[in-house]
Design a protein around this ligand. Structure first.
Ligand code: HEM
Length: 439
């Protein structure tokens, strides 16, 4: 083991900034020892292997999602001490209401999760997704109009953030006259907090949810449409029922809508920024993509694999068990590192290399797996494919701004200082606009 590796041991992945710029060397270091390994600072079991990650995601009987976005760092109200040999399922249920974000879909377990997830899936029908994708093509065009003449843009603020908010607004059928409000409320919050919107975890602090505005707004929509159905998307939402046909409270529906904004914004923004970072950094790939647009979907999959926006999520062991031959006492927090599983060489050859034609790129776990697997995956994929296509339509050559990020070989990029999200803080691009009329 070399000196660099010994040095890794000194730093707490969850509390220090040491691994913000490069979490991958640390994950590789852990995986080399064991794909399932308890780290010394917090006692959290780090899961860096692909098969092991899948085993955990696919087994909610053994692993609970309560506290999936905060781990122990949002405060753990459940008295876990000394329970390593017990089945703590009932204990988790007894304290569930006191755990952070317990009303949010990502932290629910079956059977509650199954019920609320069904409500959400009733919204994301193939028909709705298709209409939403059609909307994206126009929206991308309009968003690009707002900066194209400048020959440069800050991708997050000028494009990705407004784009991501407006796409979800369209998906949920927010009336066009209200969308400016959504943009104002949601983007302002995001910039103030630099976070996920759900309640971001920054070095262990939890900023409480900025979702109140969304809850109020959607509860009001649902109440209104229940009184006066208008045949629009919100009326469909208002009429949706749980699988047992019981009628959800307006707040239950509002939570689902808010979850979509919270989980679908920051993540998509980071995917878009990484895709354009690669396009700017790799003129060879940019040329190939421009020449053959059918390569774009797999390019997006490889972006998700090698630099997924969600570094990892937590699970809590409900009973004493084993994963990858390692004993896991009940009450153990596990950090399932998607970004590490996606670079496991047992699954992906030369995992640190960006291979646009990688055949199994789509098998990445950037969207998780199992019951909580990202329901927004088709949307996020479409947002990236549409954005890359439209930017190619409107520009001749996309470059990284040397003024802001420095010259090739000495670039300066900033990354979000959270242990959940991976992504750039900003990205300035320069380009030659295609003259109007010659597209
Ligand atoms: C590149 C973009 C995205 C990435 C990398 C991503 C990643 C993920 C991951 C890893 C999970 C699973 C968490 C877990 O198992 O604990 C998840 C869940 C979720 N995502 Fe996404 N997501 C993205 C975009 C979106 C979009 C666009 C939406 C909505 C429009 C969305 C909505 C959700 C929701 C509601 C959940 C919770 C599902 C559940 O708990 O059943 N995501 N996402």
């Amino acid at each position: 083991m070399n000196d660099k590796h010994h040095e890794f041991e000194k730093y707490d992945f969850f509390r220090s900034d040491r691994f913000v710029n490069d979490p991958y060397s640390y994950f590789d270091y852990l995986r080399q020892q064991s794909p399932v390994l308890r780290e010394a600072h917090q006692g959290i079991v780090m899961v860096t292997g692909y098969d092991e990650a899948l085993e955990i995601y696919n087994d909610p009987e053994r692993f609970s999602s309560c506290m999936s976005t905060t781990g122990p760092f949002g405060g753990c109200p459940i008295p876990l001490e000394g329970r390593g040999n017990e089945d703590i399922s009932a204990l988790i249920e007894a304290y569930r209401d006191k755990t952070p974000f317990s009303d949010q879909l990502p932290t629910m377990d079956p059977p509650e999760h199954t019920k609320h997830r069904a409500l959400l899936m009733a919204l994301i029908t193939p028909k709705r997704l298709k209409e939403n994708e059609e909307f994206m093509w126009d929206l991308a065009e309009k968003q690009i109009d707002s900066f194209i003449a400048r020959g440069e843009c800050e991708l997050m603020g000028d494009y990705a953030q407004p784009f991501a908010v407006l796409v979800i607004s369209d998906l949920l059928g927010v009336p066009p006259e209200d969308r400016i409000q959504f943009r104002k409320h949601l983007i302002r919050q995001e910039q103030e907090q630099g976070g996920t919107g759900v309640g971001d975890v920054k070095k262990g602090e939890v900023h409480h949810s900025p979702l109140a505005w969304l809850y109020d707004t959607f509860s009001a929509y649902i109440e209104d449409r229940r009184r006066n159905p208008k045949g629009d998307i919100l009326s469909g939402l208002a009429a949706a029922t749980f699988p047992d046909r019981s009628v959800p409270e307006p707040l239950d529906v509002a939570r689902i809508a808010a979850n979509l904004f919270a989980a679908g914004q920051e993540t998509t923004v980071r995917l878009l920024s990484y895709a354009f970072q690669v396009i700017g950094e790799r003129p060879d790939l940019q040329q190939r993509l421009r020449a053959d647009r059918s390569l774009i979907p797999n390019f997006v999959e490889e972006c998700l694999r090698i630099e997924g926006p969600v570094k990892g999520d937590f699970r809590l062991a409900k009973k004493p068990t084993k994963v990858g031959g390692v004993d896991i006492p009940a009450g153990t927090f596990l950090y399932v590192a998607n970004s590490a599983a996606n670079r496991d060489s047992r699954k992906f050859e030369n995992p640190g290399e960006f291979q646009m034609d990688r055949e199994n790129a789509r098998l990445h776990v950037a969207f998780g797996r199992g019951r909580h697997t990202c329901p927004g995956a088709p949307l996020a994929r479409a947002e990236a494919v549409v954005s890359v296509n439209r930017m190619f339509d409107r520009t001749r050559d996309i470059r990284i701004s040397e003024k802001v990020h420095g010259p090739p070989g000495a670039r300066r990029y900033g990354y979000l200082p959270t242990f959940i999200l991976r992504g750039l803080t900003h990205l300035v691009l320069e380009f030659d606009p295609v003259p109007e009329g010659s597209q």
